[in-house]
Write a new protein. Structure first.
Length: 183
């Protein structure tokens, strides 16, 4: 076997594998029901991204949801397709929070999800949950306050009916604390 054949024998499989890696990475990063919510994002979508950056990171188109009555200063975008229980708040042209609604299978990195009891949320985040009364119901806001200084401007907010989580959101302050979203 001459040196050119040896090089080709080594190089061709390497090139074939390296061509497949971007496809595998894309398949893993596409936003779906298994994507995990963390204090400043979900999956590859991070708070602070523009909508076009978030669209690329999500691997799916993000489309405006509802009517923008704020003149463009605050609105929501949602992933196109089957992930209709997640929405991204956009303020000042950037993703500022992630909302997860009823009937969602999406969970936080720690495993918290819609339908969990207040006790479960407190057990997942021991010593880091502040409890306040819900503004409109007999439920509560269970607010995860991070200990890490790098995350001091972010929160996870779980809304409950007094027993179980009905929806939750993550993102930066003050937007993550806005009870009525963009309203």
């Amino acid at each position: 076997m001459n040196s050119k054949t040896k090089i080709l024998t080594f190089l061709l499989p390497t090139l074939a594998i390296s061509a497949l890696i971007p496809l595998a990475v894309n398949a893993q990063t596409k936003l779906n029901n298994q994507s995990k919510v963390f204090i400043n994002g979900i999956g590859a979508v991070k708070v602070g991204m523009t909508v076009s950056q978030a669209t690329r990171a999500a691997g799916t188109r993000l489309v405006q949801s509802g009517v923008d009555t704020s003149g463009g200063s605050c609105f929501y975008v949602k992933p196109e397709g089957s992930l209709n229980d997640v929405a991204f708040m956009v303020t000042k042209g950037r993703i500022s929070r992630i909302d997860v609604f009823k009937n969602s299978r999406v969970a936080t990195v720690k495993g918290a999800r819609v339908g969990d009891t207040e006790a479960r949320i407190k057990s997942l985040y021991p010593g880091q949950i502040q409890v306040t009364r819900h503004k409109y119901t007999n439920g509560h806001y269970l607010i995860f306050v991070p200990k890490d200084q790098a995350d001091k401007n972010f929160r996870l907010v779980f809304e409950t009916d007094g027993d179980r989580v009905t929806q939750f959101r993550s993102g930066k302050m003050p937007e993550v604390q806005w009870v009525e979203g963009c309203a």
